[in-house]
Design a protein around this ligand. Structure first.
Ligand SMILES: [Zn+2]
Length: 330
C-alpha cells in the first residue's frame, strides 16, 4: 500500500466533529462510553492466535510469493485448498496483470471463500497474500525480495483461522473472505501500480453483480504493539464500520491496539474495492502517526520475528466478534 497524505492526529472528541454522516452509528464512541453501550451481545470463543501464527509461517515456508513464480502458484493452491476445506464455497479467480517494474505479464490469483452463500447480508474480510519482490525500505539488499510475514501473510493467517472457526459455528450473515493477489508490486511513482488483484476483482467480481453490506481489509496486523487507527479513506467510505469495529475491540479490552485516533489516507485494496463497487470498506493497518509504517515495512526484517501473537489475538478476536455481532442493518 501507499501513503498518500500525512497524518492528522486528532483526539477522539475531535473525530466526533470530524465526520458526521447520516447513519445513526456515525458518532464516534468516546473511550468511556465504548464499553457501557455493549454492542458485543454474543461472545464467541475459538480464535487461536497460535493457529494464525502457524498459518503465517506456512506461507513463508513456500518462499517468496511473487506473482509469476512457482512458489506463488504453490502457495495459491494451498490457500485455495484451505478455503475449500473450511468455507461453503470457494473460488479460484485467475486473471492477468502487468508487473509495474518491467511491464511483463503476470498471473493474478484472487482466492475467495464464502460462508452462507445464500445470505443477503454479507461482509467481506480481505487481505493481500502476495509478497513484495524488493526490500526498497531496507538499507541493504534493496533489490532482494522480502518474506512479508506482516505485510500480507499476517492478514491471511488470521483469515484462515476465522474461516476454520466458522466451519463449526455459523453466523447469521454471509461472510466472503477475499485474498487479493499482486497488492505489493507497486512503485510509488507509478499511478495505480499497487493493488492489482483488487483492481482486477473490482472489474471482475467472483459473482456477477456481487454485493456486500461492507468490507474490512486486514493489512500488517501482526506487529509487536501494533496500533490501528482510523484511516482517512476508511473514514470517508465507512465511518459507521470504523465506529462499530473499534467499539467491539474496546469492549473486548484491546483499546491499546485500537485507539480512537485518525490518520491520513492510505491507498490500499479497500480503495479500489470501494471505487469499483461502492462497497464501503475499511482498512485495519498498522501505522504510527509519528513514525510512519512499522520499521519492518518493506525490509528484510518483515519475518516471523516481527509477528506477535498478542496482536494476532486482538485483531482475530475483534474480527470474530464483528462476524457474530454485525452492525444493525436498515
Ligand atoms: Zn507492502
Amino acid at each position: 500500500m501507499k501513503l498518500r497524505a500525512f497524518l492528522l492526529l486528532l483526539s477522539a472528541s475531535t473525530i466526533l466533529l470530524w465526520r458526521c454522516g447520516g447513519n445513526s452509528e456515525t458518532s464516534a464512541p468516546s473511550d468511556s462510553t465504548a464499553s457501557e453501550s455493549g454492542i458485543v451481545t454474543r461472545k464467541v470463543s475459538g480464535f487461536s492466535a497460535d493457529n494464525a501464527y502457524q498459518n503465517i509461517k506456512k506461507q513463508l515456508d513456500f518462499g517468496f510469493r511473487i506473482p509469476g513464480t512457482p512458489a506463488h502458484k504453490k502457495c495459491a493452491d494451498w490457500l485455495f485448498q484451505e478455503l475449500q476445506n473450511t468455507c461453503d464455497t470457494a473460488y479460484f479467480q485467475s486473471g492477468e496483470g502487468k508487473a509495474p517494474k518491467d511491464g511483463k505479464k503476470i498471473p493474478i490469483y484472487n482466492l475467495i471463500g464464502s460462508i452462507n452463500p445464500q445470505a443477503k447480508n454479507r461482509m467481506i474480510i480481505a487481505s493481500h497474500w502476495d509478497s513484495r519482490p524488493y526490500a526498497d525500505q531496507d538499507n541493504k539488499q534493496q533489490t532482494e525480495p522480502i518474506l512479508a510475514a506482516n505485510d500480507g501473510a499476517s492478514g491471511v493467517g488470521i483469515i484462515l483461522e476465522l474461516a476454520k472457526n466458522l466451519k463449526t459455528q455459523k453466523p447469521d450473515w454471509g461472510i466472503d473472505f477475499i485474498l487479493f493477489d499482486a497488492e505489493d508490486l507497486g512503485i510509488s511513482e507509478i499511478e495505480n501500480s499497487f493493488c492489482l488483484g483488487s483492481q482486477y476483482w473490482g472489474k471482475h467480481p467472483h459473482i456477477p453483480n456481487y454485493k456486500a453490506n461492507f468490507g474490512v481489509l486486514l493489512d500488517m496486523v501482526g506487529g509487536h504493539n501494533a496500533q490501528f487507527m482510523w484511516e482517512e479513506n476508511s473514514n470517508n467510505y465507512a465511518n459507521w464500520i470504523l465506529v462499530h469495529t473499534w467499539q467491539i475491540a474496546q469492549e473486548l479490552g484491546y483499546e491499546n491496539h485500537f485507539p480512537l485516533k485518525l490518520i491520513g489516507a492510505i491507498t490500499d485494496d479497500h480503495k479500489y474495492v470501494y471505487e469499483a463497487t461502492k462497497i464501503p470498506m475499511i482498512d485495519i493497518i498498522q501505522y504510527d502517526p509519528n513514525n510512519g509504517f512499522a520499521p519492518f515495512w518493506h525490509t528484510h526484517d518483515d519475518n516471523m520475528d516481527a509477528v506477535d501473537k498478542r496482536t494476532l489475538n486482538a485483531v482475530g478476536n475483534t474480527m470474530l466478534h464483528l462476524i457474530f455481532n454485525p452492525p444493525a442493518t436498515l
